[in-house]
Every structure is written in structure tokens, then in C-alpha cells.
Ligand binder design. Structure first.
Ligand code: ADP
Ligand code: MG
Ligand code: MG
Length: 211
């Protein structure tokens, strides 16, 4: 299936659905090592995205238009750390996505843009028990898959699988960024909510490409 502007819209809508389904899980995770609002924050943000998409008079022309709409909506409607972090991710992803249809390298560029946005905004590196621990392995897996000649959708699948594994790998880590870092050693033993929602967002990209 082509990864075009229609896919980008399905991705945004599928993300809203998947985040809504996972809302209580994300709340529970954030209750363990944060303030318990991550599920609420993201659900509000992506529902606002759907409302904005529904209200558009003309269909968006480019993938980047959709990504920019998601970025600005999340920035203005999501309280907490994750709003600006995801907002910057989608904004950077939009900048590198001038293509009408993503090829395998276009998918890699989109994911790299998102990771760079989060890392720059959060000053985070891998291993700090944040979203970066999902996006960083996702980018690595995408680069590997594209290098082996995988199709664009296969590159997305590789990224989503690696993000899920990355989110699971945050369990034993001690947080050194964000609210969870206030807990120090006690942050170990729980998976990071932001890494978990990142894996959900990337799985939604796959669902939008295969549904
Ligand atoms: P808040 O912590 O303000 O309540 P959320 O609960 O919505 O915000 O989001 C928390 C998530 O944000 C964390 O689980 C983590 O993945 C991510 N996060 C927090 N600070 C940073 C940072 N500096 N860099 C990258 N990700 C971060
Ligand atoms: Mg929180
Ligand atoms: Mg909060």
C-alpha cells in the first residue's frame, strides 16, 4: 500500500484510536513513575487531531501538511512534557517529508526527523528511560531494513517491532530525564509511559498501511 497523504491521515486517525484503547495502560504506567496523566494527555491531543482533520474544508495535499497539523495540535492541546516533545517530533518529520509518496528511504528520513526532534527538545540520549528508547532502535531497525532493500511498509514494520522491544527494554532502566528521574533508583522496574506510547504510534503507522 502506498505511503501517501491518505496513509498519513489514516495514521493520525489510527493513532487516536490506538491511544484511546491504551489510555488506561498509559495512565497506570505514568502513575508508577510519573504523575499519572500521560494517557489523558495523549488521548486529549489525538482526539483534537481527529477533530481538526474532520473540520478541514479541503483534503490535505501533502504528507507534510498532515504531520504539521498533528504537530501544532499536540503542541497546543497536550499538557506536560509529551506535548512539546511529540510536537517537535512531528514538526521535524514534516520537514523531511517533501515526497508525495514515501519510498523506503523516505520512511527512514521521517523516523530520523522524529527522533532528532525528541532528542533535541528533550536533550535526551538512549538509555535514559524516555521516548528516545523506543525511537532510537526504531530508526536503527529502519535503516537496516532499508539497506537490505525492504519495501516502505516493511521498513515501517521493522521500526514498529523495534520500538515495541525498545519500550519493553526501558523496564529495568533508571530514569535520568523527565519526571520519573525524581524517583531515582525507584524508577527501575516499570516501563516508561512515553516509550510505550511511542511504540503505539509506530504500530498505528503500520496498521494504517495494512488495514
Ligand atoms: P509529564 O511528565 O509532564 O506529566 P507526560 O506524562 O505526558 O508528561 O509524558 C511523560 C513522558 O515524557 C515520559 O514517560 C518520557 O518518555 C517523556 N519525557 C519526559 N522528559 C523527557 C525528555 N527530557 N526527553 C525525552 N522524553 C522525555
Ligand atoms: Mg505525566
Ligand atoms: Mg503531567
Amino acid at each position: 500500500m502506498a505511503l501517501d497523504v491518505a496513509w498519513a491521515q489514516r495514521w493520525a486517525r489510527q493513532t487516536a484510536e490506538s491511544i484511546s484503547e491504551a489510555k488506561s495502560t498509559l495512565i497506570d504506567l505514568d502513575r508508577e513513575i510519573g504523575d499519572g496523566d500521560h494517557g489523558e494527555n495523549l488521548d486529549r491531543g489525538f482526539q483534537a487531531v481527529v477533530t481538526k482533520l474532520d473540520a478541514l474544508e479541503a483534503s490535505p495535499e501533502h504528507i507534510s501538511d498532515v504531520l504539521r497539523l498533528v504537530a501544532t495540535t499536540l503542541m497546543s492541546s497536550v499538557g506536560g512534557a509529551s506535548g512539546p516533545l511529540y510536537g517537535t517530533a512531528y514538526l521535524r518529520a514534516a520537514k523531511v517529508t517533501g515526497l508525495a509518496e514515501l519510498d523506503a528511504h523516505g520512511v527512514v528520513a521521517l523516523l530520523e526527523g522524529a527522533l532528532e526532534g525528541i532528542a533535541a527538545r528533550g536533550r535526551a540520549v538512549p538509555g535514559e528511560k524516555t521516548m528516545v528508547d523506543a525511537w532510537s532502535p526504531a530508526v536503527d531497525a529502519a535503516v537496516g531494513a532499508a539497506g537490505r532493500g525492504a519495501s516502505p511498509v516493511e521498513v515501517l514494520v521493522a521500526a514498529a517491532d523495534a520500538a515495541a522491544e525498545g519500550a519493553r527494554s526501558t523496564g529495568p532502566l533508571v530514569a535520568t530525564k523527565g519526571r520519573a528521574s525524581y524517583l531515582g533508583e525507584r524508577s527501575a522496574g516499570h516501563e516508561d509511559p512515553g516509550a510505550t506510547s511511542s511504540a503505539i504510534i509506530l504500530r498505528a503507522a503500520v496498521l494504517a498501511a495494512t488495514a
